[in-house]
Design a protein around this ligand. Structure first.
Ligand code: BOM
Length: 141
């Protein structure tokens, strides 16, 4: 499943560059999206939350309230090889994290908290990819 998540991350990460300007996410904060999964990267910057909203909107993975669009997220994850094995777990983990931070009104600040929670839980579940797995995909394109 970590392999499946590496495909999802490699694809989703392609939207990052289109979202840098409007989110203010600099290369100093995050140089490439695959580093999201690095143990050395702390998921704390509000700008990353803004970038995740912008990136999600490219694939219509969020609703107007900046919460996950469950059906579209399922379909998006299922579109990758063996995605059907990951989609249910991924939607559940994300929604569980959303519920924990629902009181944060600022969308960017809330989404970066949700993303940090998801990173921790995905590692616990054994579905988090290694950065090297994602890089292998990107460089074989
Ligand atoms: O309520 C906010 C829902 C959050 C959705 C986006 C969070 C994404 C976390 C970052 C990890 C990305 C890895 C793969 C792509 C997922 C769409």
């Amino acid at each position: 499943l970590a392999e499946v998540m590496s495909h999802v991350t490699a694809h989703f990460g392609q939207a990052l560059d289109e979202c840098r300007e409007e989110s203010g996410l600099t290369s100093e904060i995050l140089e490439s999206f695959q580093k999201f999964w690095s143990d050395d990267f702390e998921v704390v910057h509000r700008e990353l939350g803004c970038a995740l909203i912008c990136m999600s909107n490219k694939f219509i993975l969020m609703q107007d309230d900046a919460r996950m669009h469950h059906e579209n997220m399922h379909d998006y994850v299922k579109s990758f090889p063996n995605g059907d094995l990951l989609s249910g777990t991924m939607v559940n983990l994300l929604h569980n994290c959303e519920k924990q931070f629902d009181d944060i009104e600022d969308d960017c600040s809330r989404v970066v908290k949700v993303a940090a929670c998801f990173k921790v839980d995905a590692k616990k579940e054994g579905i988090a990819p290694e950065v090297s797995m994602i890089e292998a995909l990107i460089h074989s394109n």
